[in-house]
Design a protein around this ligand. Structure first.
Ligand code: BGP
Length: 480
């Protein structure tokens, strides 16, 4: 019995700044990620007084400039993806390779040529490229000279960039996403929107304005893409964390409703439905700002409604739990997205609460809310892997995590009728962690010999999960 649709997009996901390396090669400019030190600062809030854009010594200890040297080894990596039977590969284009400072008139041909080579290699292996146009990486020049996404000038720069890459690659690339985890901006304003205190960005108005500008930019990309080819599928990409009320107390239930609206739906509602949600004004007020404070136009709103996205891409790692009665406001405790500890769930070593049932809920909630195909474009377990003396890596914990999440997807597809396009587990090859800036938080089926200090041979090897996932794909999810 077929458990997943015939053309289900099995694959894996990465992001340019976390694996390419070559941060200054072939005319690439500096990006936000290139100057981001490791550790806590990557998750810095707008009010963090320690935030500095410094190319400091500390940062050089982290391997983020080097990535896993995918820039030079992508052919070897794609051969391994092909060996696993990948039907698709989700990666991002580094904006700063194409427009080194972000505001140039003419793109950098050497940067474009790199992605030609990468895309051609995918095509050669019959692997569908799935491209994120902007993934936690924007030219640093746009932050230093324009203040990041809160400046409306960014809409034009993004439009120019999107036009260049869509025009260049649309003949070989059908699937696109406009912004990675767009709703994470309140958690990662620097990585996500280029907002830093030194630019005077220290209030939620800037985040809301930046979101608005990104929504408009996203619609412009959809417009350009569909004019080039109406068959292109251009999606949004949100970080989705299924949220539960701690108990049946209506106070907690209402708090959970508000948490879901604000975190999971505010951005997706605009991008998928083409209009702001009815709870917009209350949401902005809760965060100390208002619609009137934002710079928006009637033309913007028309554009949003004319060019919504084609599908709903989302990352899913964990669920969260709201206990307004005992924890008013939802103080963060372990989970990336805040909330309280759910006593029914185990957590990863980084405190992310593992919840496969939450993925089934997420798939149902998103599909029935939007009635558009959904795509799980990130999922996985960050863990410290151990290399045995014989070189083997027994990552049964990763297999167990992924198996349960695929089982949840199966139920959503077969029992609940969800239209699920595909599954691209995060970091299919080990890469630099977004939140810690380190190598040791690994997600891959493929191990990369590189440590947190940047030492190692960079050799690739297959973990136990490699053969396991290969079988999953070859049986279209029947054998887990
Ligand atoms: C998502 C990001 C990725 C990524 C992943 C895992 O939020 O889109 O870029 O890295 O999470 O997070 P981390 O690397 O912090 O474990």
């Amino acid at each position: 019995m077929t458990q997943f649709p015939k053309h289900f997009l099995w694959g894996g996901a990465t992001a340019a700044n976390q694996l390419e390396g070559g941060f200054d090669r072939d005319g690439k400019g500096l990006s936000v990620a290139d100057v981001m030190p490791g550790g806590k600062i990557r998750m810095s809030t707008l009010s963090d007084p320690d935030f500095e854009w410094e190319m400091n010594e500390k940062m050089y200890r982290y391997p983020n400039h080097r990535g896993i040297d995918h820039y030079d080894r992508f052919q070897e990596d794609l051969a391994l993806f092909s060996e696993m039977g990948f039907k698709c590969y989700r990666f991002s284009i580094a904006w700063s390779r194409i427009f080194p400072n972000g505001d140039e008139q003419t793109p950098n041909e050497a940067g474009l040529a790199f992605y030609d080579r990468l895309i051609d290699t995918c095509v050669q292996y019959h692997i569908e490229p799935v491209i994120t146009i902007s993934h936690y990486e924007m030219p640093l020049g746009l932050v230093k000279n324009y203040g990041g996404w809160k400046n409306r000038a960014l809409i034009d720069f993004y439009e120019r960039y999107a036009k260049v890459v869509l025009t260049r690659y649309h003949d070989r690339v059908k699937y696109w996403m406009t912004f990675n985890e767009i709703n994470s901006a309140n958690e990662f304003p620097a990585l996500s929107q280029g907002l830093v205190p030194s630019n005077g960005a220290n209030d939620f108005t800037h985040i809301a304005q930046a979101w608005h500008n990104q929504f408009v930019a996203s619609s412009k990309a959809v417009k350009i893409g569909h004019e080039l080819d109406p068959d292109l599928k251009i999606g949004c990409m949100i970080i989705y964390a299924t949220s539960y009320a701690m108990d049946a107390n209506p106070i907690n239930q209402v708090a959970n409703l508000l948490q879901n609206q604000g975190f999971n739906y505010y951005c997706a509602d605009v991008q998928v439905r083409g209009k702001y949600p009815a709870f917009r004004d209350r949401f902005l007020k809760e965060h100390g700002t208002s619609w009137e404070k934002l710079d928006t136009t009637v033309e913007d709103l028309e554009l949003l409604s004319k060019y919504p996205v084609d599908y709903v891409g989302f990352s899913y790692y964990m669920s969260s739990c709201v206990d307004e009665v005992n924890d008013a406001g939802g103080a963060a405790r372990g989970n990336l997205v805040g909330g309280v500890k759910n006593p029914f769930l185990e957590s990863s070593d980084w405190g992310w609460q593992i919840d496969p049932d939450g993925l089934r809920i997420a798939l149902n909630e998103l599909y029935y809310r939007y009635q558009k195909p959904v795509f799980v474009v990130e999922n996985g377990l960050g863990a410290k892997d151990v290399v045995e003396v014989d070189g083997a890596i027994h990552d049964g914990y990763r297999i167990a995590y992924l198996r349960k999440h695929i089982e949840a997807m199966k139920l959503a597809v077969n029992e609940d009728g969800v239209d699920l396009m595909g599954y691209t587990p995060w970091g299919c090859i080990d890469l630099v962690s977004a939140s810690t800036g380190e190598m040791s938080k690994r997600y891959g089926f493929i191990y990369v010999d590189l440590d947190d200090a940047g030492n190692g041979t960079l050799d690739r090897s297959r973990k136990d999960s490699f053969e396991w996932y290969k079988k999953v794909i070859s049986t279209n999810g029947e054998v887990l």
